[in-house]
Design a protein. Structure first.
Length: 271
């Protein structure tokens, strides 16, 4: 078996054992966890959050370079699969460095990733009330809820996941805010159709990997690593990759995640 594949399997299977001896930040902070609220009158849903005080789990900054860029076209219904794929990239990273335990002990890496993708997709479809299709993507609120569920369940209830949406135009600081420890996130963007050069009607999710003080941001999408900068064009903000063979991306928003260990029960006052 190839050394890289072997190390990935061992990291997935045994990385979670480090959680019990994990280091958490000493000063507690206030976090928010999104949830869905049913409106019984017309059977529609609204979204709100519950507030917690808790501690953030520490992690080495260089470990961010291990965040994957899976290709959504390797997974079912790829045309709208960017959301589950971005979630997969983040969850595999969480597993590798011991934040959460693995979904299973399947030694076949490709099959393991496919199983995890299908589990993510199944949960998203349950909240959406329909199976994902080519032209209906993933709700950001449902993504926040499912990510929190998976982090909570697979840390055996130890951890929860703070979520926040930041609308464009973004600043470099918005990316620095989710750079330390196990913070993560993904961009919501509009990509161009290579056949027409027009913006696609459906938005696209792109995994955030890292940002640096020189102003460069590194992203993962379509199985590739994109490195580039933010630029304004009129009223719009764009991500411009340094590789001219890669697509420019019009930025819509940034979804941020922070795993934390609650120290108080949830604040159930309306939010």
């Amino acid at each position: 078996m190839e050394p890289l594949r072997t190390s990935l399997i061992l990291a997935i299977l045994f990385g979670y054992s480090s959680l019990k001896g994990a280091t958490f930040k000493a000063t507690p902070e206030r976090y928010q966890v999104f949830q869905r609220v049913s409106e019984k009158k017309d059977d529609t849903f609204t979204y709100g959050f519950r507030a917690f005080w808790g501690h953030e789990r520490s992690n080495k900054a260089l470990n961010r370079l291990s965040i994957l860029s899976e290709n959504q076209y390797d997974y079912p219904t790829p045309e709208s699969g960017c959301g589950p794929t971005a979630m997969l990239n983040i969850l595999i990273w969480y597993e590798k460095f011991g934040l959460i335990k693995a979904l299973s002990r399947d030694a076949n890496v490709h099959q393991y990733k496919l199983n995890l993708f299908n589990e993510i997709d199944r949960r998203l479809s349950t909240y959406a009330g329909q199976t994902r299709a080519e032209l209906n993507g993933t709700s950001n609120f449902n993504t926040m809820i499912v990510m929190d569920e998976l982090v909570s369940e697979r840390s055996e209830g130890v951890l929860r996941l703070h979520s926040k949406s930041v609308e464009a135009p973004l600043t470099l600081q918005d990316f620095f805010d989710i750079q330390p420890n196990f913070r993560s996130g993904y961009l919501i963007v509009r990509a161009k159709d290579p056949r027409t050069n027009n913006l696609r009607s459906i938005t696209h999710a792109v995994t955030f990997i890292r940002a640096d003080r020189a102003g460069y941001i590194t992203l993962g999408t379509w199985g590739e690593i994109y490195r580039g900068v933010l630029k304004k064009r009129g009223a719009s903000q764009w991500f411009i990759p340094t590789d001219r063979n890669q697509q420019e991306l019009k930025i819509v928003s940034l979804i941020q995640f922070i795993p934390f260990k609650p120290i108080t029960p949830a604040d159930h006052s309306p939010q």
